[in-house]
Each structure stands twice: as structure tokens, then as C-alpha cells.
Unconditional design. Structure first.
Length: 613
């Protein structure tokens, strides 16, 4: 009888050894494969060589950002590399540095704009790149743009080129701007979910989707004015660059059809007729034109060229001549959250630590706070503003440079600066405050789940399964109203305005940078360079260097980040498609992740919901 258990035991032992051996084999293959990949990445880098007369190819792929988020090693390893990765991030400062260096580099003869994989980027960032392109053209070197298709963002940058090339089967798509969103009130009613909204501000529409099935008249009015303002800046820039009338950029459906018929239904020919582009050329035709213009490369069959990534790696190895007096640059990018947040995000504690670091650094004589944020936690915003005040009290001026947006909490952390710059298309203001608590007592009771019990006070009984009493809701609303009064009082004090004047332009309304200047919310239209010069001027610096003050990675984190980022270039291209389902999934997961991350201890948020325009 004892032989059978022994036999079964041996069988299971063999099965386990087989499974375990296979597991070890797979893990070893993966591990040693990764090691081999890293070795290739480390040893496979070749020195960048720039042939005389080369074209700098600005292959802008992905999103242009003020500060890159911290690289996740696994995510970096799974990327498709440094070429045409639409999910990657390009640092705005790197792009501007590359263009400005190329203007003075005798080896660079021209620039080729290749933006086929450029994702949506704020017009203010595109304008900064355009300004750099204008500086490059001032050196006497030409710029060519080429694409199979130009979307609105791509065409804005292409308009700065001397010559725009388009594939004969391509098109230029200019649609204008819009603001649409989903509204959930009826769905919440059917699900018996109660959304308790607390807000101050006629135009603070972030919570409208939970209490309406459509956009309110006030929100429509504000959004329409804002969109028209931003679009006017877009068309004014493009029409000036292309020397065509602004009304020729946005055609009505009837006029578009007439122009298309005149081109025999060919979109590319229509783009030529409308003077949107200069020449139609295939990929092969462009290669031949560039070989004729700059010469054939020593290796391969293409023209002499150097990519953005390679040229950036080349100039980044050049030594920096540091001057002792420094203007520190601190970047506040993303939603404002509490505590410590990783690089590329704003944390009440972590961003405050950067400001504190600048305050105690004797070489830092002034600070430029580069704000690119729609706001977030009211508590974290005030933490950061307190550190701005501490810097000023230490005798170090603070100048704010607003990026694509600096609204709501983004404006809160900016308001106390000595001087505020914005671009014409910066989205700012949104001076308002809201809170929201969702409860499920009705939906749960409809399926037979009830909540009951006892408590020593009304406060301990608050629960998402129990609901809110009218008295509790009144208390929360009073806190929100107090927060709004604090906001407009802060702006009134710092901007030298009356509370009534601030209230009239507040109410949660979002303004363009151009309009914000008229209203007194900012001091001047200008870019980051203008902010640096102003900070140095206030600090009385004749000569100064600038330095980005950012979170420092440990040696281990740096090693992992660099190795995985390098290895990513040798991985095969991703085969993941871009289906409508995937886009919707990404959109929904992004919204859920964003709102789940909100963690204000008082449940009060200074957040701009229009900053994704």
C-alpha cells in the first residue's frame, strides 16, 4: 500500500522539477537577454559625426514638455526607441538649445522640420519653438518642412519654414478649436448616485458634468471667447508667416468644397492653390532635393544630416562655463498634489523643497518659477506659495514664467511673485474653488444594502454610503466660500486691485495671456528668456548663469534610468495600434487616475478644467 503514495510523490516531483526548470530557463533567458541588450546599448553607441553642410533634422515625435517625468525602467525598456516614438517626451529647453546652437554651428547648413509624430502640444510651446526658428533664419540659413500630412499643430510650426513640402497624396487639416466634454447627470440619476457639489464662481465649470447634461450658458460664453482669442493668435501668426489672409486659413464648408472642386478633388493640389504649402513632393523626391541642396551623406543613400537626438547628445557634452551669480529655474509642471511627487510633477512638499534649496544656496541670487499647471490641491498650492514668500523675504526676487497654462492653483502659486510673464496663448486665471463628495446611499439601498449605526457626533457619521445632512453640506459650502474669498483677497493684495475688481474677472473664468495682461493678472508678455533677464535685473546682476534646480536622483536611479533608456533604442518597434477603443480607454483611465490622485486634506481644489483646450 505504501508504494502508491511513493509513486505519486515521484510523479509530482518530476512534474514540479519540469515546471520549475522551465521557469528558471525563461527567467534566465530574459535576464541574460536583458544583460546582453544593455551591453549592446553601452558598447554600441558611436560618436556623433556632423559632416560639413549637414541639415539638422528636427524629428519632433511625442509631446513637448517643460520637464520630463521620471523614467520608469520597465516603461522605458518597452518603448520603441528614440525614433518616431509618439509616446515620448521632448524637453522644450533641449529643442530651443539645439536650434540656437545650430544657428551658430558652421557645420549646419539648414533645418528640416519632420513633425509627423508630434502629438498635441500647447500653442505657447510651439510659439517658443517658432521664435527659435526665426532666430535660426536670421543667421541666413533656410528651413524646410516636409510631411505626408499636416495637422493643426504640425502646420503651425511648418509655417515658420521658408519652404513647406507636402506629399502629393497628403493634405493640410485646419479645423479650428473646440471644447466638448461628456456630461453624466442623467447617468448618475439612473444609477442613484448623489454628487454633492460645493463651488464658488459662475464660470467654475469643472463640476458641471456631474450636475448637468449640457454645458451651462455661462461656460459656453467663457469657452467661446477663450477659443476665439486663442484661435485669433494662431491665425495671426500663421497668416503672417505665410503672407496670406487669416480668413483663408479657416474656410466654411461651402468655400472648402469650392476650393476642393477647383483642385479636381485633390487635397494636396488645393493646399497649393490656397498657398498653404509651396511644393508637392514624394519622400523620394524630397531625398533627391536635399541631396542636391546639401550633398549626399558619406554613408548610406540619404542627404547629409544629423538628427535632433544625436545633435543634442553632441552639444550636451560641451563644458558649461559657470558664473558664480545664478538665476535658478524651478519648473512646476502638472497637477498640484500633496506630499512628495516624482520629477515632472508638482508636490506640495517636493516643490517647496526645491524653492527652499534655492533660498539656502548662496550662489542663487534670484529664481524663475516656470509654471505649467492647471492647479489642483488648495493646501499644496498654499504650501508652495509660502516658500515663494520666504524666498522674497530672503532678498531673492521671484519671477514667474507661465507656459501653456498657469490657472487656478497654478495662478495661486504665481500671484505672489515679483513679476509675472505669460505668452499670448497661455491659459491663466480660473480664480475659483470647488469641492465634490459622491455618495451612494440611494444606489445601495436600491439593491438592498443599507447603512445604519450610532455615533457621538454628526461628523463621525459622514460616509459615502450614508450621505450628507443639510447641516454638513452648509458647513462644507461655507469652507469653500471662505477659500474663494481668500483667493480673490490674495490676488487683490498681490496685484494691487480691489476685491470687487478681482471678483469681476474671477468666478472661475479662464483668460488668455493676452487678455490677462489687459486685466492686470500678469505684468508682461514674454517667454522664459525674458523672465530670466527680468529676474537678473531685479537682483541687480550684470552677468549671470541660469541653472535648473530639480530633484536629484540617486546614483542607482541614474544608472537604471540611463541603461534602460539606452537599451530601448535597440528594442523592436511596438506593434500596438491606435484604435478608437484604445484612445477611449486611455482617456478614461487618465481621467480616473487624475481625480483619484486628488488628495487635498480639506477636500478643496483650485483646478482649471478648461486647460486641455
Amino acid at each position: 500500500m505504501s508504494a502508491k503514495p511513493s509513486l505519486i510523490k515521484r510523479i509530482f516531483s518530476v512534474i514540479w522539477k519540469t515546471i520549475n526548470g522551465f521557469r528558471k530557463l525563461v527567467l534566465n533567458l530574459f535576464f541574460f537577454g536583458l544583460i546582453a541588450l544593455l551591453i549592446v546599448a553601452i558598447g554600441g553607441e558611436e560618436d556623433v559625426k556632423v559632416e560639413s553642410g549637414s541639415a539638422l533634422v528636427l524629428n519632433l515625435a511625442g509631446s513637448v514638455v517643460e520637464q520630463k517625468r521620471q523614467v520608469d525602467p520597465i516603461e522605458a525598456a518597452m518603448k520603441s526607441g528614440k525614433s518616431n516614438d509618439a509616446s515620448s517626451e521632448l524637453l522644450l529647453a533641449d529643442i530651443l538649445n539645439v536650434i540656437d546652437n545650430a544657428a551658430a554651428d558652421e557645420r549646419i547648413s539648414s533645418i528640416v522640420l519632420d513633425m509627423g509624430h508630434l502629438k498635441w502640444t500647447g500653442i505657447s510651446k510651439l510659439q517658443s519653438i517658432g521664435d527659435a526658428l526665426n532666430r535660426f533664419k536670421a543667421s541666413g540659413k533656410p528651413i524646410m518642412a516636409k510631411a505626408n500630412w499636416y495637422g493643426q499643430n504640425q502646420y503651425f510650426l511648418a509655417s515658420f519654414a521658408d519652404t513647406i513640402y507636402l506629399n502629393p497624396q497628403g493634405s493640410v487639416e485646419l479645423k479650428g478649436l473646440s471644447r466638448y466634454r461628456q456630461y453624466y447627470k442623467s447617468a448618475l440619476d439612473k444609477l442613484k448616485i448623489n454628487a454633492h457639489i460645493f463651488r464658488v464662481g459662475t464660470f467654475k465649470s469643472a463640476v458641471e458634468p456631474y450636475i448637468r447634461d449640457d454645458m451651462s450658458p455661462a461656460a459656453k460664453e467663457a469657452n467661446a471667447e477663450l477659443l476665439n482669442d486663442i484661435w485669433a493668435s494662431y491665425t495671426a501668426t500663421v497668416s503672417k508667416n505665410r503672407d496670406i489672409d487669416a480668413d483663408q486659413l479657416m474656410l466654411s464648408a461651402d468655400d472648402y468644397l469650392k476650393a476642393l472642386d477647383a483642385a479636381d478633388g485633390k487635397s494636396a493640389d488645393m493646399a497649393i492653390n490656397m498657398k498653404w504649402v509651396d511644393q508637392l513632393v514624394s519622400t523620394e523626391g524630397f531625398r533627391l532635393k536635399m541631396i542636391e541642396s546639401v550633398g549626399k551623406a558619406a554613408e548610406g543613400n540619404s542627404f547629409k544630416q544629423v538628427s535632433l537626438h544625436d545633435y543634442q547628445s553632441l552639444i550636451s557634452t560641451q563644458p558649461n562655463l559657470l558664473i558664480q551669480d545664478t538665476v535658478g529655474i524651478i519648473i512646476a509642471k502638472g497637477t498640484i498634489l500633496n506630499g512628495n511627487q516624482p520629477a515632472g510633477q508638482i508636490g506640495g512638499k517636493s516643490t517647496s523643497q526645491l524653492l527652499r534649496k534655492a533660498r539656502f544656496d548662496d550662489e542663487v541670487k534670484a529664481v524663475v518659477l516656470r509654471v505649467d499647471s492647471p492647479g489642483g490641491s488648495a493646501f499644496a498650492s498654499e504650501q508652495i506659495r509660502q516658500e515663494v514668500l520666504a524666498l522674497k523675504n530672503a532678498g531673492k526676487p521671484v519671477v514667474v514664467s507661465m507656459g501653456s497654462y498657469a490657472a487656478s492653483g497654478g495662478y495661486w502659486i504665481s500671484a505672489s511673485a515679483d513679476y509675472i510673464y505669460a505668452t499670448p496663448t497661455t491659459l491663466t486665471g480660473s480664480i475659483g474653488i470647488f469641492g465634490m463628495i459622491t455618495t451612494f446611499e440611494d444606489s445601495l439601498s436600491s439593491i438592498g444594502i443599507h447603512t445604519d449605526g450610532v455615533a457621538t457626533s454628526q461628523w463621525t457619521g459622514i460616509s459615502v454610503t450614508k450621505g450628507l445632512t443639510p447641516e454638513i453640506k452648509s458647513v462644507i459650502q461655507r469652507h469653500i466660500e471662505r477659500g474663494y474669498q481668500d483667493f480673490i483677497s490674495l490676488v487683490a493684495t498681490e496685484r494691487g486691485m480691489s476685491i470687487n475688481d478681482v471678483d469681476n474677472i474671477a468666478q472661475g473664468r479662464v483668460w488668455s495671456g493676452r487678455k490677462a495682461l489687459e486685466l492686470g493678472l500678469i505684468d508682461e508678455i514674454g517667454d522664459l528668456d525674458a523672465a530670466l533677464a527680468k529676474a537678473a535685473e531685479i537682483a541687480g546682476l550684470d552677468e549671470f548663469d541660469s541653472q535648473i534646480i530639480e530633484q536629484e536622483l540617486t546614483p542607482q536611479e541614474l544608472f537604471i534610468q540611463e541603461m534602460f533608456a539606452s537599451a530601448a533604442a535597440y528594442l523592436p518597434q511596438s506593434t500596438m495600434g491606435n484604435t478608437v477603443f484604445e484612445q477611449l480607454l486611455t482617456q478614461w483611465s487618465g481621467v480616473i487616475e487624475e481625480f483619484n490622485s486628488f488628495d487635498d486634506p480639506n477636500g478643496m481644489y483650485l483646478y482649471c478644467d478648461n486647460c486641455d483646450l
